[in-house]
Design a protein around this ligand. Sequence first.
Ligand code: CAA
Length: 283
Amino acid sequence: MEVKVFGVIGAGQMGNGIAQVAAASGLNVIMNDIQQPFVDKGLKTIAGILGRSVEKGKMTAADKDALLGRIRTSVKLDDLAAADFVVEAATEKQDIKFQLFRDLDRICKPGVILATNTSSIPIGRIAAQTQRSDKVIGMHFMNPVPVMKLVEVIPGIATSEETFKTTWALSEKFGKTPAKANDYPGFIANRILLPMINEAVYCLYHGVGCREDIDTVMKLGMNHPMGPLALADLIGLDTCLAIMETLYDGFKDSKYRPCPLLRKYVEAGWLGRKTGRGFYEYK
Ligand code: CAA
């Protein structure tokens, strides 16, 4: 099926970024979330980023308006009946994703691929919620989506070759470089990244260093663009904890146990940039 209308579930930091890159590639986009203020905020974020691109002379105001004109917001899941391809970027909670995939399976046209941007929930488990497990796949974007070049493409055990090829080609159409990861907890990106972040939190917990020194070591000593604690704040500490739990549950290996300090921050509602406080404070 030729993809002309691209559906995105979730207008948060991942969802609005995905909607932006899809619209930038010329597709018509339906950006869906459960409440109007959420989609309004997502669209405002996109408009703000594009506005800065216009100011920097990287884009014309007409192109910006045309791109925004290709994004339709929606608060009814039934609107996804018009989509040719859907990527789900809702909250990283298994029950929410399961329900969404059951609903999307009912609402979407039969040939439509249902992709998930899950950062660690097994694709096969999500696919099993539908009657189209051959058309369910992981399409894992990195944050911030408009900037990061990678899309991890994760076929589940039942995903067809055609679904894989379509998703791979779509990632390239978005200007991204896809990499294939098989369906094991954390895939490739988070299997490697999150234990590093968790270890940085352990360094803070054990008093090996303060937050600034831990981040400075990794920035200047390893040339990482940002330190692991600042990156955890960008990703969201709740998401970091959820990924560590998935790794720990999936492998039953103590090396993936989440640091108690990470859990403590999440329990306090200190989730990183999105709540104004994580390992650092934000205005
Ligand atoms: N949205 C869109 N564009 C953004 C942006 C955002 N949120 N943040 C920064 N940018 C753009 C800026 O506008 C700027 O664009 P120009 O070059 O056109 O001017 C460019 O990115 C560089 O930004 P800055 O100069 O402000 O800052 P920087 O050079 O420090 O880069 C960064 C910021 C891109 C976030 C960089 O620090 C970085 O790459 N950090 C690491 C990010 C990372 O590791 N992401 C993966 C997280 S893991 C994940 O997402 C998977 C998961 O499942 C958890």
